[in-house]
Design a protein around this ligand. Structure first.
Ligand code: HEC
Length: 449
């Protein structure tokens, strides 16, 4: 590391904050000095976000996602964190969550937002480490990651992580709402806990619901879609997922690659694993992206790591696939059209890329998530299947459903079509690797048994 005193102090403070919660090694916390937003922290508040020079960053409870409600005198006391026009701010490695940029309506400057919330300094903070703005007026708080966010690594792609960026796991021997991991097990797999009475927070746009259960020792553990969440003691830094598949019962939680989102104006459309809007490009050809260089900077392709299948969330009825880009990365396709994000979208639900250049469009989902259209969807799927080569549901179950638990667990369950659809969608939420057609083939197979 460099010898600049400021850097050393910050590094040290962040290490203490992490040691206090017992997760992560200091070595994993080396600061990425080029980044716009970095880790800071102190004993009192734990880890929080700071700028490149170590000054504390705040969020304002009266703001709304993507909208600053602080101007005039407010802004004089709480100067916004700004970037030059066209500059994409960056998060230091391992900090979970998303940065974006909004243009301020008052003076046209470009303010950085974190998980949609505009970031500010506090005029009375004099030096790195100061947090004198925290709790001012009960509406200003140091900016901190949510309790559960989206992280990723090159092998697995996106998965859930804690506020410290460390990978979270679920345990196949747990049941919904019940932890069966205590004693030595919990020493190796520390539960993700929150203070009693506090509601755990999730990165905006992530599918799935958080809850809590009270453990035998009285601590409060966070659940995701009712499954208790844990860290793994052998993970050393953000991005490590060395607990995945341990004893065939521990695994990371991978949200579907493509899910259904939407907004009031455009209705239902496809979104990525982080809930951000996906687009197609009419200058592409089926299975071929024509968006590279600057285009791909503005329209980042939705990628999956080599060896991973894109997975479809509930209501995604088209066919998911991949196409290889010229740099060897694998871009997700929907009915053969390559999928992209748009760099100016700031919060889930934004679709500011719609109709840009009359060549970029959101992908509408017919009947997605609307109860009344279920029968129609099923008819479509059956039609598609009879046309294409039939997928072998039994083989898919044997291959993809036995990653986290035994086949017996499946064979001993008896459900109708809707019951299996719900179970398979829950499994996809845990990370079962099935595209839309495969999902349907598995459901059809299981409900015919
Ligand atoms: C990524 C890990 C993972 C994969 C892959 C997975 N499961 Fe599961 N499965 C779990 C976990 C965790 C539980 C226990 C919690 C629960 O029931 O939600 C479970 C429980 C079950 C149960 C018992 C509970 C119930 O609802 O009856 C069935 C049946 C089941 N899985 C079927 C499947 C099928 C079918 C597949 C393939 C489509 C599959 N699983 C793939 C993690 C997985």
């Amino acid at each position: 590391m460099s010898g600049k005193p400021v850097i050393v102090t910050l590094f040290f403070v962040a290490a203490i904050a992490l040691a206090a919660i017992g997760i992560g090694s200091p070595a994993a916390r080396a600061q990425d000095m080029g980044a716009t937003v970095q880790w800071g922290g102190n004993d009192e508040l734990g880890a929080f976000l700071v700028d490149g020079a170590g000054m504390t960053l705040y969020v304002f409870a009266n703001d709304e996602p993507g909208v600053s409600n602080c101007s005039g005198d407010c802004l004089a006391n709480w100067p916004p964190l700004l970037v030059e026009e066209g500059v994409q701010p960056t998060l230091a490695e391992g900090i979970p969550g998303r940065l974006g940029v909004i243009q301020r309506p008052d003076d046209g400057t470009f303010q950085v937002v974190y998980n949609g919330m505009p970031l500010y300094y506090w005029v009375n903070d004099a030096a790195p480490g100061d947090t004198t703005g925290h709790n001012v007026g009960d509406v200003w708080f140091v900016a901190q990651p949510a309790d559960v966010s989206l992280g990723a690594n090159d092998q697995l792609g996106p998965f859930l992580v804690g506020s410290n960026g460390m990978t979270l796991y679920i345990f196949a021997n747990d049941e919904p709402g019940v932890s069966n991991c205590s004693g030595d097990c919990a020493a190796n797999w520390p539960p993700l806990v929150v203070e009693a009475g506090s509601e755990p927070t999730i990165q905006p746009g992530l599918a799935g619901a958080l809850g809590t259960i009270t453990r035998d020792d009285g601590t409060v553990q966070v659940t995701y879609d009712d499954m208790p969440l844990y860290y793994w003691v052998n993970d050393m830094g953000p991005g490590d997922a060395t607990g995945h598949n341990v004893n065939d019962v521990w695994f990371v939680v991978q949200p579907p690659t493509v899910a259904v989102g939407g907004n009031d104006e455009l209705g239902s459309f496809l979104v990525g694993p982080d809930g951000m809007t996906l687009y197609l490009f009419t200058n592409d050809e089926p299975g071929v992206s024509n968006c590279y260089d600057n285009c791909a900077v503005n329209w980042p392709p939705l990628l999956v790591p080599d060896g991973q299948q894109p997975t479809a969330g509930e209501g995604v009825t088209g066919t998911l696939g991949v196409t290889e880009r010229t740099d060897g990365t694998l871009q997700v396709t929907y009915d053969d059209m390559p999928l992209y994000y748009w760099i100016r979208d700031v919060v889930p639900g934004d679709a500011t890329g719609q109709n840009v250049g009359e060549v970029w469009f959101v992908i509408n989902v017919e009947g997605g998530m609307m109860e009344g259209d279920m029968s129609e969807d099923m008819g479509e799927d059956m039609g598609e299947e009879s046309m294409g080569a039939a997928l072998d549901g039994n083989a898919l179950v044997a291959e993809r459903c036995t990653v986290c638990h035994t086949r017996e667990r499946i064979d001993t369950a008896s459900k109708d079509q809707a019951g299996w659809a719900a179970t398979v969608d829950r499994m996809i939420g845990y990370g079962a690797q099935l595209n839309a057609d495969e999902r349907q083939a598995v459901i059809d197979y299981l409900s015919s048994q």
